[in-house]
Design a protein around this ligand. Structure first.
Ligand SMILES: *Cc1c(COP(=O)(O)O)cnc(C)c1O
Length: 455
């Protein structure tokens, strides 16, 4: 086996179709061949390290190869790696469902398991529609989603997603849904605060629900942060207003906490900051600490009970082969153990304050606008006149040269680091980000298309 990066990159490009990648462009931005990872660090085949500033697509919580999660998994591996969840059950699936329900004060429960975030969204959409049908309101079959929202890329999830790059090519295949204004607080007019933007956006939903509620099954939202939109943040009062409108008009509220759950925004669930509970909650990504794919949907008891019947067709029908995988559930239990015993949220608040201070010079850079943070998510936008051409790609490649794995979204640069920061790492991160920004802005647009093949 070779430990030459270029060899692995060539073999990967010849054999693997990478996600979220224009494969023609992958020759210019070859995938980093990662050989191993520990804590926040990824190491390539040649031993170079990279700080995983986006927690590997927002899934990692406590660093890579975390010893606590790994040892829980090793035990589970020798006991019960997997058994089908139709007709069988097992302790990890049961305990995880119980403990997550307890974290909602028992408001939500009956975890329905799947493996990926998009599948959880599919499940919530189907459950909502089927619930209404079971209670004699089969006409409620439309869904409402928020502008620039992201809920995954299977056909149902994509139909409630409003990110053109993921959606446009497949649009002819998608069911129609209603789009309402985003509460993104960057839209504040002069003298307007985030709460006012939130109320303005909620008024758009109010108008739609007043007219169409008899046809609408559910509204789906990303609580507090629309991550894929470019870490668009909003005031918690938006969620309170949406909850009230859904109650008033007899429409379900689906909270997609796939990215924002598991402490990412400062509370275990983002909804807690608004003091509301949805009718369905989708979880995935961080729930296994970034070890294994797992997703799940929690719902209210009244919804669950509407499916109970002698009639098979009134039961919820949606199955995946690996539903409730025992290893994945065990990893999730190890994650919950950490939250229970380690004051993760309290420590994160301390880590965030330290990184805030370290990032202050960067956030004050004249090329930067809308500096923002919610919990363990930091973001800023590079001014549009400076971020022409292939800005995100150029920033990413410059980041590699400074030992950073960063993937800006458009002109939004963000950090969603594992929960392992300290003062030294925060200072280092800030210096490297500043150097990366400096290099990217130095480089004329015309050169950006001619980046060297390896960084
Ligand atoms: C990532 C994400 C999804 C989709 O999850 P996958 O595991 O990638 O299918 C859905 N909703 C939100 C908010 C996400 O961030």
């Amino acid at each position: 086996m070779t430990n030459n990066n270029a060899d692995w990159q060539a073999r990967s490009l010849a054999s693997v179709w990478h996600p979220c990648t224009q494969m023609q462009r992958a020759a210019v931005v070859p995938p980093l061949p990662i050989a191993r990872a520990k804590g926040p660090w990824l190491y390539d085949q040649e031993g170079h390290r990279y700080f995983d500033a986006n927690s590997s697509w927002w899934v990692n919580l406590f660093g890579h190869a975390d010893a606590g999660i790994a040892s829980a998994l090793k035990q589970q591996l020798d006991t019960l790696p997997h058994v089908m969840l139709a007709g069988c059950t097992h302790a990890p699936a049961i305990e995880l469902a119980e403990r997550l329900s307890a974290r909602t004060g028992g408001v939500l429960g009956h975890a329905f398991y799947a493996s990926d975030g998009a599948s959880a969204v599919e499940i919530a959409l189907k459950m909502s529609f089927h619930h209404w049908r079971n209670v004699g309101q089969g006409g409620k079959r439309e869904f409402v989603c928020v502008r620039q929202g992201y809920h995954g890329e299977t056909l149902g999830a994509l139909a409630v997603t409003d990110v053109p790059v993921f959606r446009d090519a497949y649009d002819p295949l998608l069911m129609r849904s209603h789009l309402v204004a985003s509460p993104d607080d960057r839209q504040a007019a002069a003298g307007e605060d985030a709460a006012a933007v939130a109320q303005r956006a909620a008024a758009d939903l109010e108008a739609l629900l007043a007219e169409r509620h008899a046809h609408i099954a559910a509204v789906i939202v990303e609580p507090l942060v629309q991550c894929a939109a470019g870490m668009a943040m909003h005031h918690a009062s938006y969620l309170q207003r949406v909850r009230a409108l859904c109650d008033q008009h007899g429409v379900h509220l689906i909270a997609d906490e796939i990215a924002v759950g598991c402490g990412r925004t400062g509370t275990f669930f983002a909804c807690e900051q608004a003091g509301i509970w949805p009718d369905f909650m989708c979880l995935s990504k961080g729930i296994t600490g970034g070890f294994l794919p797992l997703s799940l949907v929690l719902c209210r008891d009244a919804i669950y009970r509407a499916f109970l019947s002698d009639d098979v067709a009134r039961g919820f029908l949606h199955s995946h082969s690996y539903t409730g995988n025992a290893l994945a559930c065990r990893a999730a239990l190890a994650v919950l153990d950490r939250f229970d015993t380690d004051d993760v949220l309290g420590r994160n608040a301390g880590q965030a304050a330290v990184l805030d201070e370290a990032l202050a010079p960067l956030m004050a850079h004249p090329g930067v606008e809308h500096p923002r943070r919610r919990g363990m998510i930091w973001a800023f936008d590079v001014k549009v006149e400076l971020a022409q051409g292939r800005f995100a790609e150029a920033f990413h490649l410059a980041g590699r040269r400074h030992e950073l794995l960063v993937r800006p979204i458009g002109r939004t640069v963000y950090l969603m680091p594992p929960y392992v920061l300290d003062a030294d790492l925060s200072r280092w991160l800030s210096e490297r980000l500043q150097a990366t920004l400096h290099d990217t802005l130095q480089q004329p647009d015309a050169d950006r298309a001619h980046q060297p093949a390896t960084a």
